[in-house]
Design a protein around this ligand. Structure first.
Ligand code: UTP
Length: 292
């Protein structure tokens, strides 16, 4: 029996420079896809996977995230006075039980690996998930739930993977893949942001991980990697061969919402999936002259 995955780290300490000026005074993770901020999709996915504790690794200017998951008494009483019971219920359903969410601060954004390391004392000695809210996965079975089910079978470390165009390998962590079994791909090597001609494959890691606490030991040497940042991929690579390590080809569509095209695509796709918006969006798209 594997130790269950009860905790998830949600790193939200990045600067979101690709979305400036939108992200000057607002965290990237609060950008809305249709009518929900990115971070709420991630929290809902974590809960659907049975996660009990969520640890946010925040930075300066990220207090809007804490406020989003707290009571807003003035707003709630106004909604109640106006009889907007449904909206009120929806807002309240997002709130955690007291003590379920913790926040720790990454004082300097030194990279994703460093952000994960900042949560080491809150995670302790147990397996945990890492979820990047800017990777939005639209799937009938939430991506992390699929992964937890696969993890129950294989244990060790598990990362969600998908094929990307070879020209894009320099944006992602890329696998050197071994044997495949169903949706599982054994990992022989990992490399962060390789040039297309040097990439060992086109299988890319997306922002969903289940990791063993041993990774904190490897992160503690704070060695900078690609782009001068402390990379999670480098620390994960040190665990290959020491415990099971698999890529998991999740079912669903991933939108890279840290990128403008991915973010806009997510808004269109998720609107088209909504009964109350579909017709309006379709008729707007049909009205566009797409040949220009
Ligand atoms: P990105 O590579 O997208 O960086 O981080 P970023 O700073 O958020 O955005 P850009 O590239 O400047 O536009 C991937 C994930 O890692 C987190 C981010 O919040 C995001 O969820 N991150 C990154 C941290 O928490 N801390 C860091 O030091 C770096």
């Amino acid at each position: 029996m594997k130790q269950p995955v009860r905790k998830a780290i949600l790193p939200v300490g990045g600067l979101g420079t690709r979305f400036l000026p939108a992200t000057k005074a607002m965290p990237k993770e609060m950008l809305p896809v249709v009518d929900k901020p990115l971070i709420q999709y991630a929290v809902e996915e974590a809960r659907a996977a049975g996660i009990e504790d969520i640890i946010f690794v925040t930075g300066r200017g990220k207090t809007a995230i804490e406020d989003h998951f707290d009571h807003s008494y003035e707003l709630e009483s106004t909604l109640a006075a106006r009889g907007k019971t449904e909206t009120l219920e929806e807002l309240r359903s997002v709130l955690p039980e007291e003590g379920q969410f913790s926040y720790t601060r990454q004082q300097v954004p030194l990279g994703l690996g460093h952000a994960v390391w900042c949560a080491r004392n809150l995670v302790g000695d147990e397996p945990f998930a890492v979820m990047l809210a800017d990777d939005l996965v639209h799937a009938p079975t939430p991506c992390l739930k699929q992964m937890v089910e696969a993890y129950d079978e294989v244990g060790g470390n598990l990362v969600a993977v998908m094929d990307v165009p070879r020209a894009h390998t320099n944006r992602y962590g890329i696998l050197d893949p071994g044997a495949e079994r169903g949706r599982l791909v054994a990992i022989q090597g990992l490399v962060e942001k390789p040039a297309p001609e040097k990439a060992p494959s086109t299988l890319s890691i997306i922002g969903r991980y289940i990791l063993q606490p041993a990774v904190f030991r490897h992160l503690s040497d704070r060695a900078p990697g690609a782009g001068g940042e402390i990379q999670l991929t480098d620390a994960m690579a040190k665990m290959i061969g020491k415990m099971p390590f698999h890529g998991y080809r999740f079912s669903g569509v991933r939108y890279d919402c840290g990128d403008k095209v991915g973010f806009l695509a997510a808004n269109i796709a998720l609107s088209l999936d909504r009964a109350d918006l579909r017709d309006g969006i379709k008729s707007f798209i049909r009205s566009l002259d797409l040949n220009t």
